[in-house]
Design a protein around this ligand. Structure first.
Ligand code: FES
Length: 148
């Protein structure tokens, strides 16, 4: 487990083993340590890269002191949701896709268009942010794998 002296690069992508052992790995993934909340809260969204490809990248949003995670690519045509505007519509936080302006509820992933964006659980523990996901996640892109 990360300690306060662990650098950000060292903790990113780690997996919290306790959760796997108690069976949560079968219910949609494992808790992935992303980094310190203080370092992740400085911008409204950052991309968490997956080694499984761009379609599995996650957007980690930070709005009004709360973190939300959803697929980074819009379920309509793949727009970059991290670049979208975030608005409060009658108490509902939504991100608007920069490509065609579809809205997505940050908590539920639902859109007024009828589309559903995949969302992921986020937790704060020991001042660190964790996202529950089936693959490792990193603030830096994974090296491309050459196909033979
Ligand atoms: S790609 Fe996002 S609304 Fe079209």
């Amino acid at each position: 487990m990360a300690t306060s002296s662990v650098r950000k690069e060292e903790v990113v992508g780690e997996e919290e083993k306790e959760e796997e052992e108690d069976g949560n790995a079968d219910s949609g993934g494992s808790w992935r340590l992303i980094g310190r909340a203080s370092e992740l809260s400085g911008r409204p969204c950052c991309v968490l890269y997956s080694p499984l490809g761009r379609d599995r990248d996650v957007g980690l949003f930070h709005v009004r002191g709360e973190f939300f995670a959803m697929d980074a690519r819009c379920s309509h045509s793949g727009g970059p949701l991290c670049d979208g505007d975030i608005e409060d519509t009658n108490g509902v936080l939504q991100v608007f896709c920069p490509w065609h302006d579809y809205d997505f509820n940050l908590k539920t992933g639902k859109s007024g268009s009828g589309l559903q964006q995949e969302v992921y659980e986020v937790k704060l523990q020991d001042s660190c942010v964790y996202v529950k996901h089936t693959s490792p996640l990193s603030l830096k892109p994974f090296p491309a794998v050459k196909k033979s």
